[in-house]
Design a binder for this molecule. Structure first.
Ligand code: IMP
Length: 451
């Protein structure tokens, strides 16, 4: 099924030598991580998701076939790669099974490759119903979530009332557990939100069948990762969403409910982040965001509409049109710092090919004062200060080496590496797996005097 095509990626071996690596988004999600993970997977024995849930949507294009993954690590496309769903992920069994069935329909019978942490929490219909009820209450509380029950499930985890995979697939007592949680959640649904209760017996009917199907895939994933490490395997950790949606470091409260950055890796797997030698941070050559919340470099709707069209900027999970903006160096630099990023991958450079002028937010005026730091408050007035670049006005989609890129595009990338203070390892110039400019050596930031 999967074409044997292999993309040469010597740039991945630059920087610190590393057997294990991690890929994270540096913006508000949708940076194009799926494609990069897919390429990096070529050398990985194990691919791991460590946070988030079916709110994620990772699109991978292989020739004419488009695959969209929500819960399953993108490594599933490779026949002999173990795909681990870590304890930090919240798993909606209905969504997971729909995804497995979708893969089967496409001829990918790789279910045996999936390992699910026995400590991962389960997303149930109560969670999605509460997500929907809270969001539709409107007012200041609206986050613009994906309505996949992510926040309510993580809430139950932190409140210590959630159901974990080990309990979910244990036929003894599943009904009692569902009834107990159902009582708690129905109280919330009815009393706080005026919604109809959900019958736990109906949930049991449907979900016990899912438990049956998933049982053989549930294991001690932490032990598995340590065994793999001991036998010399290479592990790739795949972050979902983006750093600015990180619950601690992002634009709180307009964030998701997990640590989307490299910071989530340790707690989300039980595998020490110290063992992970290299972190690749993915950023688009511009910026997008879905849902509510601050987006300082957001464009006027007319310009955004054109970029949205060219870049296909519609949510892979919800289909919502994405808000579009210019690359924001203030947010990017911060994400690189707290995510300990070794090198960036700049995606969708080709989407800028048609623009006469390209802008980059280089600093902010926050309540009138100039700063290059991202503010904690979402209440203050943030006015981005832009630097403008002339567009290159030619296609980059056929470029496969840095020298092939138009000089103005190279200037733009040099500026991004300098301003972000981080090398660029790869530039992506189209949807196809082969539309990649691999930089060997990496495009390093110009050393600052005194370095
Ligand atoms: P939740 O994760 O569904 O609770 O949504 C919280 C915020 O994160 C909302 O602004 C969502 O639009 C955003 N979000 C969640 N998952 C993704 C994603 O995979 N890509 C982009 N935004 C996301």
């Amino acid at each position: 099924m999967r074409p044997a095509e292999r993309v040469e990626m010597s740039s991945l071996n630059q920087g610190r030598p590393a057997r294990h690596s991690c890929v994270v988004g540096l913006q508000w999600g949708d940076e194009g991580k799926g494609k990069i993970v897919d390429v990096l997977t070529a050398d990985a024995d194990v691919v791991v998701r460590y946070q988030g849930g079916a709110n994620a949507g990772h699109t991978v294009q292989v020739e004419d076939q488009e695959y969209i993954f929500h819960l399953i690590p993108s490594g599933i496309l490779k026949k002999d790669t173990a795909c681990v769903i870590g304890n930090g992920v919240v798993i909606d069994p209905r969504a997971l099974i729909a995804e497995l069935d979708g893969l089967l329909e496409m001829g990918l019978d790789h279910e045996e490759n999936i390992l699910i942490s026995d400590r991962a929490h389960v997303v149930l219909p109560y969670h999605s119903a509460l997500d929907e009820a809270k969001e539709s209450a409107g007012g200041d509380g609206k986050i613009g979530t994906t309505l996949r029950g992510i926040g309510p499930c993580y809430t139950d985890k932190a409140s210590r009332v959630g159901i974990r995979m080990s309990e979910f697939v244990d036929p003894n007592g599943l009904r009692e557990r569902l009834v107990h949680l159902g009582e708690l959640k129905n109280r919330e649904l009815e009393k706080l939100h005026g919604r109809d209760p959900i019958d736990p017996d109906v949930v049991f009917e449907e979900y016990s069948a899912y438990a049956e199907r998933l049982r053989s895939r549930v294991c001690d994933a932490t032990a598995f990762l340590h065994e793999q490490d001991a036998r010399g395997a290479g592990i790739l950790f795949e972050g979902a969403q983006g750093a600015m949606l990180d619950i601690d470091m992002g634009t709180y409260p307009y964030v998701t409910s997990s640590n989307t950055s490299f910071l989530g890796l340790g707690p989300g797997t039980g595998f020490s982040a110290r063992k992970v030698g290299k972190v690749f941070g993915i950023t688009k050559a511009y910026a997008t965001r879905v849902g509510e919340g601050p987006f300082p470099s957001e464009m006027q709707e007319e310009a955004a509409a054109s970029l949205r069209e060219v870049g296909g900027e519609f949510g892979a999970t919800t289909g919502r049109p994405r808000r579009c903006g210019w690359l924001d160096i203030v947010a990017l630099r911060r994400a690189i710092q707290f995510g300990d990023v070794d090198a960036m991958v700049v995606t969708k450079l080709d989407v800028l090919d048609h623009l006469e002028e390209i802008k980059v937010a280089v600093s902010y005026k926050v309540d009138g004062a100039e700063t290059d730091q991202y503010p904690a408050s979402t209440e203050c007035e943030v006015i981005p200060q832009y630097r403008s670049f002339p567009g290159w006005l030619e296609s980059t989609t056929e470029c496969r080496a840095f020298e092939d890129l138009p000089e103005k595009a190279r200037e733009y990338l040099r500026f991004v590496a300098d301003a972000a203070g981080c090398p660029i390892a790869i530039v992506s110039v189209g949807k196809e797996r082969s539309q990649i400019v691999s930089l060997d050596p990496w495009l390093e930031p110009t050393p600052v005097e005194g370095d």
